[in-house]
Design a protein around this ligand. Structure first.
Ligand code: SAH
Length: 354
């Protein structure tokens, strides 16, 4: 549980005896100024004192480790949750924006063959508040760095669509309460069709990213096993309907693995699908992960990655190459791997007041 799980009625109950405007004061402090209870100076000291001792307001995330890379512009946190589960969150500062990559589950059940999180297995769902608190934590850090957090990607640990309701409630919080633009929020999925349909019914203009990685069923089932349940042709139909209904941008993620999915045949299979859906293709040079035997799967060379993008471009597909932020600290795509049953680094500090 996190204080960011609390709905208005629950906070009102905890504020028993206080004037009604306290609710709004507290909400603004928590969601817009990212304050800890002790720091909320608009509240009387005695009230702060009382609230700070309520278990409902204790932070849900404790920092167990913090690592930096890319000259300090990438920060990865390992957080422990109150039941011992652990997750990772990555904050990335770019020239003109700052993005946080958040986890939606502790672990992941999707078992994609090239993903470290998938190799670690699934532990549990995160609550809405545990998801939101990652954003708040990163927003607070961004502010301390003289930046403003403005983008959120659900591309950390877990499959967001396998935790749809809590994830959606967290998106509402991020947009309505924290105030980020829905267009700056991206949900990434392995391609769970029922939830893609569900997303189309939801009003906010969020971006949808689909981890495609292969455009034929034989290869995709090997890389992304859920493809056996939701094969490509059905996925593409669902995405066509999604696009027709929402006109919201779809992008495909494609981790380039040398000799596996980076050949001209792959370009020829991917291009018609991307064109049909007006989808953008995000090429990710495969990031090394520890659980894969060296040599078993290698990322395509930078030259091949660039050619692949050009070959797609020649067929009318809009393709970009994703920057590999945080590789040196295992913070890049597919490298987040932390399980409660694995030994984790020392020094647990609560993040109450910096
Ligand atoms: N479960 C969701 C959210 C995770 S997003 C999803 O799969 O979409 C993380 C992205 O990084 C996904 O596109 C995933 O397929 C990709 N990825 C996983 N392992 C990778 C690796 N070793 N190198 C590059 N990308 C990887």
């Amino acid at each position: 549980m996190s204080r960011y799980d609390l709905e208005d009625e629950e906070i009102t109950a905890l504020l028993a005896g206080e004037p009604r405007f306290r609710l709004q004061q507290l909400q603004e402090a928590l969601y817009q100024r990212f304050e800890e209870i002790e720091e909320i100076s608009v509240l009387p000291k005695a009230l702060r004192e009382r609230l700070s001792h309520l278990p409902e307001f204790a932070p849900a995330l404790s920092v167990a480790n913090e690592q930096r890379a890319d000259g300090g512009r990438t920060v990865k946190w390992l957080f422990h949750l109150d039941d011992g589960a652990a997750i990772e969150t990555v904050l990335m500062h770019y020239r003109d924006h700052s993005t946080v990559c958040i986890s939606s589950q502790a672990g992941c059940a999707m078992a994609c063959s090239f993903c470290a999180t998938g190799h670690g297995g699934y532990l549990r769902q995160l609550s809405t508040g545990e998801i939101v608190e990652q954003v708040i934590f990163a927003a607070r850090r961004a502010r301390a760095d003289g930046r403003r957090l403005d983008h959120v990607v659900f591309m950390g640990m877990g499959e967001p669509f396998a935790n749809f309701d809590r994830v959606w409630r967290s998106v509402e919080r991020i947009v309505n309460d924290i105030g980020l633009a829905a267009r700056h929020v991206t949900l990434s999925t392995v391609g769970l069709i029922p939830q893609i349909r569900l997303l189309a019914e939801h009003p906010l203009q969020v971006n949808l990213a689909v981890s495609l990685h292969a455009a034929n069923n034989e290869l995709r089932s090997e890389l992304v096993p859920i493809n056996r349940r939701y094969p490509i042709e059905r996925l593409v139909t669902a995405l066509e309907e999604y696009f027709a209904q929402t006109h919201r941008r779809i992008s495909f993620e494609w981790a380039l693995i040398a000799g596996v999915n980076d050949t001209p045949k792959d370009v020829a299979e991917l291009a018609p699908i991307a064109n049909r859906l007006h989808a953008h293709v995000n090429l990710i040079p495969l990031n090394p992960i520890r659980d894969i035997a060296p040599g078993a799967m290698k990322g395509s060379s930078p030259e091949r990655v660039a050619e692949f993008a050009n070959e797609l471009g020649a067929l009318g597909v809009n393709a970009t190459i994703r920057r590999t932020r945080g590789r040196s600290i295992d913070a890049a795509c597919g490298q987040l791997a932390v399980m409660a049953n694995r030994p984790v680094p020392v020094r647990v500090t609560r993040h109450r007041v910096e």
